[in-house]
Design a protein around this ligand. Sequence first.
Ligand SMILES: [Zn+2]
Length: 234
Amino acid sequence: MSNVKELKESLALSCNILAYEGHWDNILGHVSVRIPGKERILMKPHSFGFEEIRPEHVIEVDLDGNKVGGKYERHSEVFIHTEIFKARQDVQCVVHSHPPHAIALGSLRQPLRPISHEGNIFYEGLPLFDLTTALIRTPELGVEVAKSLGKCRGLLMKNHGSTVVGESIEVATLYAIFLEKAARIQLMATASGDPSWTSDQESAIKYEQIYTPHRLGSMWEYFARRAKKFRKST
Ligand SMILES: [Zn+2]
């Protein structure tokens, strides 16, 4: 079981990776992780870009959204995280961000199609949250986001962004990156013509084939090496 120090390091790395892999949006967007055995989460603070986050920036928040530890300001959209963690015991990490292709795809109200490998990750569905396009600043709206997510791995939020969940920081971060890539490819394909995509039957098989725990581990290590290179060069 990961301890808090390790979780802070992984969370900071997740933020750095997201910054360089299509999720940078000024100081916006946030990642959180459940502290095992506690009704608490660790979370990226407000006022910093994803690429700036280091373990010492990470704040601690309770499941009502109150900051209980750390120096920096809490994001107002904390309730996306707290309400998903309450609704989904299987979820250990939530990534909420504003990646441009996912926002564009959400505005078209098209289902995500498995046109590329990455689209297969969401073969069980990628709901569209369209109750509001505003920020999720109340527990009530957080509950609605969690309801819309259901048992899925992620959702698009109309004219806002995307939220992706996972059983670990590594998986949620990778799937957030791959959702943005799948959305980009779908936009390219539909702008150019009438694309074909993987069938429903094949989609689940492809997912199992490609996104094995071993391969996801290697993918995370690769993205971590890339992010650390960027850290050194800035
Ligand atoms: Zn947002």
